[in-house]
Design a protein around this ligand. Structure first.
Ligand code: 5GP
Ligand code: ZN
Length: 113
């Protein structure tokens, strides 16, 4: 997808600190970490947000949630971690390519809103 930041990162046109790559998804370190460990996991196929998940493309979401525990283990997040996806402006979504934040490495605040 043209002019999508994360599509450019997946394509390697914009550099990123890769932590995982397979046929379906790509994971890399957030450029502005909100926790000691802050990783973004994205489907390689462009989906705008959680609102773009359908019966046709949801297999990649299941796959990402199979990959997340493997990333967490590799990152030594045995104490726990949070998975977040901001959907839309009110949630603070700034990049409109579906992504799941993995946040950990410290005791996270409990506020959800
Ligand atoms: P959102 O606010 O859409 O949920 O999350 C977008 C995330 O992408 C933010 O946490 C932001 O720091 C991160 N981000 C924005 N631009 C870049 C970039 O060029 N490289 C990386 N690695 N992360 C980025
Ligand atoms: Zn994209």
């Amino acid at each position: 997808m043209e002019n999508c930041l994360f599509c450019k990162i997946i394509a390697g046109d914009i550099p990123s600190a890769k932590v995982w790559e397979d046929d379906l998804c790509y994971a890399f370190r957030d450029i502005a970490p909100q926790a000691p460990t802050h990783i973004l996991v994205v489907p390689k196929a462009h989906i705008d947000s959680v609102n773009g998940i359908t019966v046709e493309n949801s297999a990649v979401v299941a796959h990402i949630f199979e990959v997340i525990p493997q990333i967490a283990k590799a990152e030594n997040l045995e104490g726990g971690y949070r998975v977040v996806s901001n959907c839309g402006a009110d949630a603070g979504q700034t990049v409109f390519h579906l992504h799941f934040h993995i946040l950990g490495g410290k005791k996270l605040a409990l506020e959800m809103a």
